[in-house]
Ligand binder design. Structure first.
Ligand code: PMP
Length: 444
């Protein structure tokens, strides 16, 4: 593949947009030697922003018990936690009376919301959803799963038609697909939901790292997010949105912090976020998430989109130009930096193992916790997913393209087979992953 075959947009060279921790971390190669890790698996978990790591380091010496302590640092920690709540709400431009509940992740947030749906409510979901936005609804409420269309426009139209029946209390939808990257028109869907007397719950896991969302202007009722996909891998996520159903629901966890008063025969539960945050909250995770929100918010308008469009275009064009690669539904409309492809005739796990072992490139393979969607796209045996983030530059994309091209033209240098239950090189010079950290220096 030569770059002269790419479109002008795909030819533009882009540098990482923001510094991330570990950008220069070197990994060993199975062939001997090492390479700087090319992280093209941001959609699974993104590296920490440098600002996030700095903030965590700054906060830790001031960390003490939260909510209960009278000590000065306890009060400081409580203030940091509550400020983090405000910052996360501001990041998604929540309405003043919305609630921000800290959770462990998007999965946790959607599970919480699914349990707050009033009895008898019916939920509408498309089969393009990640399991996190499919299985909790199916367990908690009467749920209709419609087959998605052949593109985002068709899926939107199918959801609108479903809503128009007037049966549904909730439309649950992903802002962006973790398989194809396609972005759904949230404002349009919110309006269709509201016109039909339903509410809209958005899985923001893949959208928020790439796009600014305006919950108030887009009329979104709830949005769920994960810190580890937003460059804050410290175990925190959030559910942001309307408080009425959440205040009326059973507390998500029963325990300290969620109560106003506990007597011998009665419990008075708190309302607002406390109701669903029993136990000691993950203050450091919340602060890290809030810092990531602040750093992304401070980017000039359009910078995120321009950065990732250039990378995505280059990925799609470069992969499409390779004879022997099939790009899965290369979305012509708005899409985030998530591109899935296959190398027909080759096991995806073998190709992923080769990219890691011989080139130091990290991608994801499989069905990406979206089995129904993957199956409907013909990915019953799985696909390979390359996903970009603010720490990605053209050089990372080009390394992937060159490595795939080499696989197709000369084949892997090593022999591959199943080793310890996974595809891998039969002779591997790399130290076992569990020993890697101890065998290496601090990255420079
Ligand atoms: N929704 C989407 C679209 C996702 O891509 C993911 C993670 N792959 C999730 C939800 C679940 O996120 P988490 O694992 O952080 O709960």
């Amino acid at each position: 593949m030569s770059l002269s075959t790419l479109s002008p947009a795909a030819c533009s060279v882009v540098q990482p947009l923001l510094p991330v921790v570990g950008a220069r971390t070197r990994v060993p190669l199975a062939t001997g030697g090492e390479a700087v890790y090319a992280n093209l698996d941001n959609a699974a978990s993104a590296p920490a922003l440098q600002t996030v790591a700095d903030r965590v380091a700054r906060v830790l010496p001031h960390y003490a018990s939260v909510h209960r302590g009278a000590g000065y640092l306890s009060r400081t920690t409580t203030a940091l936690f509550e400020q983090a709540r405000e910052q996360v709400g501001a990041f998604v431009r929540a309405r003043p009376d919305d609630v921000v509940v800290f959770t462990r992740s998007t999965t946790d947030a959607l599970d919480l919301l699914s349990r707050a749906v009033p009895a008898g409510a019916e939920v509408l979901v498309a089969d393009v959803e990640h399991h996190a936005n499919l299985l909790p609804w199916q367990r908690s409420a009467r749920t209709t799963v419609v087959r998605g269309g052949t593109d985002a426009e068709e899926t939107t139209a199918l959801l609108e038609a479903g809503l128009a029946t007037g049966r549904y209390a909730v439309l649950a939808v992903a802002g962006a697909s973790n398989v194809t990257g396609e972005v759904l028109p949230l404002r349009r869907l919110a309006r269709a939901a509201h016109a039909a007397g339903a509410r809209i719950a958005v899985d923001g896991a893949q959208l928020l790292p790439h796009r600014r969302v305006d919950v108030a202007a887009d009329e979104i009722d709830w949005i769920a997010l994960s810190g580890h996909k937003l460059y804050a891998p410290f175990g925190s996520g959030a559910l942001v949105g309307r408080r009425d159903w959440l205040d009326a629901a059973e507390p998500y966890l029963a325990g300290g912090g969620a109560t106003l008063d506990v007597s011998h025969d009665a419990v008075r539960w708190a309302q607002g976020p406390d109701r669903h945050e029993a136990g000691s909250p993950n203050v450091v995770g919340a602060v890290a998430l809030a810092q990531a929100c602040a750093t992304l918010s401070a980017l000039p308008a359009g910078a995120l989109e321009a950065h990732e469009t250039a990378l995505r275009d280059r990925l799609v064009a470069g992969l499409t130009a390779l004879d022997g690669v099939a790009v899965v539904r290369p979305h012509p409309g708005d899409a985030v930096g998530v591109v899935t492809f296959t190398v027909p005739g080759q096991e995806v796990s073998k190709v992923a193992a080769y990219l890691s072992a011989e080139h130091g490139i990290g991608v994801r393979d499989g069905r990406f916790c979206a089995h129904r969607f993957a199956n409907s796209l013909g990915l019953v045996e799985g696909g390979l997913r390359a996903s970009t983030g603010v720490g990605t530059g053209t050089a990372d994309v080009d390394r992937l393209l060159a490595a795939v091209e080499q696989f197709l033209t000369s084949g892997p240098e090593l022999e591959y087979g199943i080793v310890d239950g996974h595809w891998g090189p039969l002779h591997d010079l790399r130290p076992a992953p569990e020993r890697f950290l101890d065998s290496t220096r601090e990255p420079g």
